[in-house]
Design a protein around this ligand. Sequence first.
Ligand code: ADP
Length: 592
Amino acid sequence: MFRGIANRMSGRVISAPAHIRRLAGLLRPYRGRWWLATLALLLGGAVNLALPQAVRYAIDDAVTARDAAALDRIAWLALAGFAALAVLVFARAYLMSWLGSRVVADLRQRIFEHLLRHPPGFFHEKKSGELVSRLTSDVQMLQYAVGSELSIALRSSLTVLGGMALLIVTSPGLSLTMLALVPPLAVGAVWVGRRIRRRARQVQDLVAEAHSGLEEAVSAIETVQSFGAEPFEARRYGHRVLEAFRVGLQVAVARSGFMAGAQFAAYAAIGAILWLGANQVIADTLSPGDLASFLLYTLMVTGGLVSLAEIWGNLQSAIGATGRIFELLGEVPTIRDAADAAPLPAPRGHVAFQGVSFTYPSRPEVPVLTDVSFEARPGEVVALVGPSGAGKSTIAALVHRFHDPDSGRVLVDGHDLRALRLVDLRRAIGTVHQEPMLFSGTIAENIAYGLDAASPDAIAQAARDACIADFVASLPDGYDTLVGERGVKLSGGQRQRIAIARALLADPRILILDEATSHLDTENEAQVQQALSRLMQGRTTLVIAHRLSTVQRADRILVLDRGRIVEAGSHADLLETGPLYRRLTAAQALVA
Ligand code: ADP
């Protein structure tokens, strides 16, 4: 049985107490504040529970005894109690909010760091809307839970438990009535709460689904509009939103009914107790002060229960959100360092594929690479050519170890990539993409991207070598010019040269070039080629080649077709012996 529970906890279905334990783990660094908040909570609860006692004294020892001096004393004491309570409430509420915000900030950071460790395949499989919702709405829900609802729940629980204890002390007989009413209420609340949680989770999933459709339509707005598909997209979105609304409504009905029922039960309990207690006062078995304090405790207990019932659904949702967050955090990256991963302190830049076969997990039936073997010695230029979809980019991705091969090995300097530390491997590789990605920030930041300490001189030198320095100098803010959404727009050639400067500065031993298919204007083209030549000097280069000039310069050309290397050799060799290569060059497919 214990194994069953352990299995469930290590698997996807994690029980609510496990979530709460993990949440508590997040609070551990701030235990000092947590205990202070708890202390404020306990003291505040104690003061709160003492107030009805003051009322009892006031009625039995001052009002009934007609002692005005005693009444004054009790009034002053009560005032002091109120003041103490105010201070304690402030401390508790402030500290709890602080903890909620802090835990959420930590969690956000942790989720993002965790996401960044996953290989690209993870992001292809998951819908980004779903991931964004984890980071935004689920985490937000958790903030409310830890910051205020948890504190309300603790306070209410304390009031309920303390109040019940004092009820029993005041009148065991009357308390029996109370106890007969409270436990069924609590059991009912747990049962209904659990059902609401299940449904509430469904609403969130539906909304996430609708959002990912929305994102897709917006990012492909040209396609949507050119096909006149606006009504279709609107209908599809509308259906999803309506479905979320429909299920949301069911949740709302359940939640509202739950609250109404809980309130009715609470008032019925008060009525019953008032009636029974008044009968006891008439029969002289209970003092009027006792009845008053009993009533106040009953109100407190009932109020506590109602507030628990009100936030129960939210807490349940927060537990659902916590579950999803920890589920995400629990997903181990498929590509990660082996426990005994070796460092690669001084890479030489030797790359080898040995009998590599690979299929993408999302399309297991399509073999993308089959038995690919080749070698690139340090300093060599190996060109990959072949029709679109032949597997060239996949080879580049395997060198980065964005995926592991299904069989065979990819080696750098004779080490299987799976035995190397990812950080060293990736540092040994530089990439210049067809359409380089620039991040919003300055040009200097973009050139030094990923490097912790790059001196302005080194950045300027890299820019000169990449033939971009003159252009940067012509900008009013020079290297501090902003690029990206809110900055200057750069041409394809300029972006490429910035990417080349970035690679020059990072100084990797292995270079992966994905040549741009579109032609640049002659001047840009010449500058890019010059920059590339400098960059390739002394490095092993794998180039996904589209230009004749590049393949002519390559030490070796690999011709890929449907995931196999079908021809290999130099340009001159292949023109003689390679029918596919001849066809590709003749059709200008290489130089397109
Ligand atoms: P190339 O770079 O030669 O055009 P790719 O390496 O991009 O070829 O693609 C090789 C094959 O793998 C193609 O059939 C492509 O559809 C498929 N493919 C590429 N990326 C993925 C992916 N992330 N998931 C599934 N299939 C993919």
